[in-house]
Design a protein around this ligand. Sequence first.
Ligand code: AMP
Ligand code: MG
Length: 441
Amino acid sequence: MSSHQNSLMRSTEPPIDMLPVEDAVERILSFCQQLSPETRAIDDAVGQVLATDITAPFDIPPHDNTAMDGYAVQSASTTGASEANPVRLRVIGELAAGYLYEQSVGPGEAVRIMTGAPMPDGADTIVPFEETDEEGLRAPGQAHAVIEDVGILKAAGPGNNIRRRGEDVRQGQQVLDAGTVLRGPEVAVLASLGVAEVQVIRRPQVAILSTGDELLTPGEAPAPGKIYDSNSYGLSALVTQYGGLPRRFGIAQDTIPALTAKINEALASCDLIITSAGVSRGDFDVVKEVLAREGAIDFWTVRMKPGKPLAFGEFAAPNGRRVPHIGLPGNPVSSLLAFELFGRLAIYQMMGRQPQPRPILRAIADDDIVNTDWRRVYARATLNQADDGRWHARLTGPQGSGVLTSMALANGYAVCPEDQERIQAGEECDVIMVDWDHPLD
Ligand code: AMP
Ligand code: MG
């Protein structure tokens, strides 16, 4: 770590005015209600949460059917069959998946059958092609030669290669519970039940609002003293990633009337308001002021680094709805990291998902992580597994709260606890696994 961090003095007393991270999470979640259900096509509902239980209207599979391409026969017809002495059966028909065989299979008879086709009456076993001499009977390249009889090379026991009616799902069975998050497999189960639309908890409309006279919108020409608004874009991407519907309301100038007007615009349609910047102690930090005047502040400042100046509260919308407001810090790293810790869980709770923390991996810190003022430090890190199988967390360069690229390079946040002055390189630490599937270098 840099020498200037080593030389920073740590105060002897922990702060009393900052809210611990867990308390901040709890308070934010206590303001976030689960939203109402909506009807959606199943292929449009991935990531959403079922609002009702789903019960099977029929058995799956609906019929006994063959698990192999082969011949449907009576097992008794195959007694004594071997490669040396094949039993010859008369082929009385062919059956593809999707059709029913109208007649019945008798002794000495076989129906040529394809995977998924319902079992013909009379047959009680399937002899796969591999256990017949069919290949030898067919001229090369002739896929559909008419086969009049087939040699069975191996005796087949009753029930072989049959998928039983209802072996997956029974009629009347509760297949999916209300509260289930729909992923690919759940969507497939719904489709297998013939369900085209489901009731799911709707996604929150999340208003995203940047504040600051210095901000330009990407696409605008650069100008002296100005910087581009990165927060609202990063936040809107994260809202999408976590399942919400981002609604960007642009940039508010640092005045109370400008911000109040934007907030009122957002309140008309949104379930959650996210602002960035304007929550420190500076002269133009108007976000807290507007929240206090127009709504109510629940807390301000969290015991974390980065991300300490965070204002949280709620506004009353014109129709009486109460809309929570997370006033994130302006520094880009603080803003995105605080959203990851608090905003993600707020969205989950509104969508009916369990607001669970990310998994933690124990890893060896490859760099010192310094804690100067009794806050919980979240250091941006890359996780790598060494040859000995142990995980290592390497910091992604300078850790200033304005160093946005330190976030972009990270797939984990290494944590130095509030009451610990530093984690020495070589010591173990907790690492929050943020994007487990983000490529490691
Ligand atoms: P503030 O909380 O308003 O004092 O802002 C803290 C720092 O974050 C300042 O350096 C701002 O210029 C910067 N900042 C504020 N909003 C944004 C934004 N939307 N995108 C990028 N940086 C920002
Ligand atoms: Mg500002």
